[in-house]
Design a protein around this ligand. Sequence first.
Ligand code: NAD
Length: 480
Amino acid sequence: MSNFEYAPAPESAALVNIKNQYGLFINGKFVAPKAGKTFTTINPATEEVLAKIGYAELADVNLAVAAARNAFEKTWAKMPAVERGKYLYRIARILQERSREFAVLETLDNGKPIRETRDTDIPLAAAHFFYHAGWADKLSYAGVGSNPKPYGVAAQIIPWNFPMLMLAWKIAPALATGNTVVLKPAETTPLTALLFAEVCQQAGLPAGVVNIITGDGVTGSHLVNHPGVDKVAFTGSTGVGKAIAKAIAGTKKSATLELGGKGANIVFDDAPIDETVEGIVNGIFFNQGHVCCAGSRLLLQENIQDEVLEKLKNRMNLIRVGNPMDKNTDLGAINSAAQLARIKEIADSGDIEGSQRWSASCSIPTSGFWYPPTIFTGVSQSHRIAREEIFGPVLSVLTFRTPQEAIEKANNTPFGLSAGIWSDKGSRILWAAKQLRAGVIWSNTFNKFDPASPFGGYKESGWGREGGRHGLAGYLKGEK
Ligand code: NAD
C-alpha cells in the first residue's frame, strides 16, 4: 500500500439548531432591533448564509446600557459574592454540557477546524468561567485592596478569531467582580455569543446582567462612547484600539485594550529540532494564523536554518487543509473575504520586496475563503511581512548569528504581545526571556493558554492583562 489516505470524518451540523433570524439580547430577552435592520452571517468554508442577525443602532445601545445599569444597581452589585459565584459555576457547567453544540456552531460561523473548537476554544471558555467563579468571593485577596469595588457597566467588544473564548475572557471576570455587561461580538461571528445568551437564560442569570448586541464598528463606537458606560474592554486591531483610546481620553472610563502582535519565535542552534518544528507549526498555523499572539516571525540561528527549513517544509506538506467540520482537518477556512484580501495584499508585498515564497502542496476547496500554509525566506527587518500583522497562515523567516542579535531583532517591532524561545539550555531561556519586550513568553512550547495565567501586551499590543489575578484588577476599583 503506497498511498495512505484518511477517510472523511465529518462532525454533524445537525447538532445545532440555527434560527433563520436572531434579535438582540437585552434585559434577559431577545428583542428586535428598534429600526428593524439586519445583516447576514455566512459559513466562510462554503459562503452559505447561516442566519440574519439584528443590527443594533444607537437606540438599541441605549436600551442595553440602561438594562445593564439597572441590573448593576438593583441586583448584581448588591448580591452576596458567593451567590454571584454560583451563577458563574452554573454557566461553566452548562457550557460543558452543551460543548459539542457550541463547537459545531463556532466552526460553522468562523471556519476554524472542529478539532480546535472542540479541544481548545470551548473547553477553555468553560475553564474561564470555572476559574472566575472561584474568585467571586475572594476579591479582597486579588491585590487591589481589602474591599475592592466593581466599576459598574462594562462595554465589551470582541474580534472574530476566537469568538466564544474572547467572550469568556471578557464576561467571566466582569461578572465575578460584580460588574454588568454589554457585549458586542464581531460582525462575522455573532452566533456563539447569541447561543451564550440562551445559556444565561438557562442559568437563570438575573435580567440585564449580560446584554448582547450585534452590529459592526459603528455599533461598537456607539457603545464605547455611551456616557452610561464605566469600563471599556476591547480586543481587536491596534488601529481600532487607538481610536477607542482617543475616544475615551478625558472621560471617567477605564479601559483594557488587547490588540495586535507580531510575535518572534526564536530558535537557537541547541534546540531539539523535531519538537521545535512542531512548535513552529503550532505557533503560526493554529487557527489559520488568526491569532494575535502567533509566532509569525521565525528567527532561526543561521547555522541550523537549512535543516530546520527542510523539516518544516516536509511537515507543512502534511497539514490537512479543507472542510473545517472534518475531524482530521488541521487548517480551516479564512474567516471572511475581507480578511483573505488583507492576507493576500500583505503576502504579495513579500514577493514585491524580494523575499522568497514557498507554499505547502495542498489542494484547496473551490468555494469559500482559503489560503495555503506559506513561508517566506530571505526576509529582512524592513519588509512589510516582517513588520505588519498578517493575521493568516503566513510565516516570515529571518536569521541571526548571535543571541544578542536575536533579541534585538525580536524586539524591533512596535508590538509586544508574545515570543517563543527554543533552546536546550535553561540559562539561555531565562537570559532571553528577561530581555524580550513581550507580555507572554513561551519556552520550548507555543500557544499555551490557561485562565490562571495573565495575558496581554507591551507597546502597541495593548494595555492591561486578561486572566489570572492580574486580569481582575481591570474590573475593580480599589487601593491599587
Ligand atoms: P477589529 O479591530 O476590526 O474589530 C474588533 C471588534 O471591534 C469588532 O467587534 C468590530 O465590530 C469592533 N469595532 C470596529 N471598529 C470599531 C470602533 N471604531 N469602535 C468600537 N468597536 C469597533 O479587529 P478584527 O479584525 O475583528 O480582529 C483582529 C485583530 O484582533 C487582530 O489585530 C488581532 O491581533 C487582534 N486580537 C488581539 C487579541 C489580544 O488578546 N491581544 C486577541 C484576539 C485578537
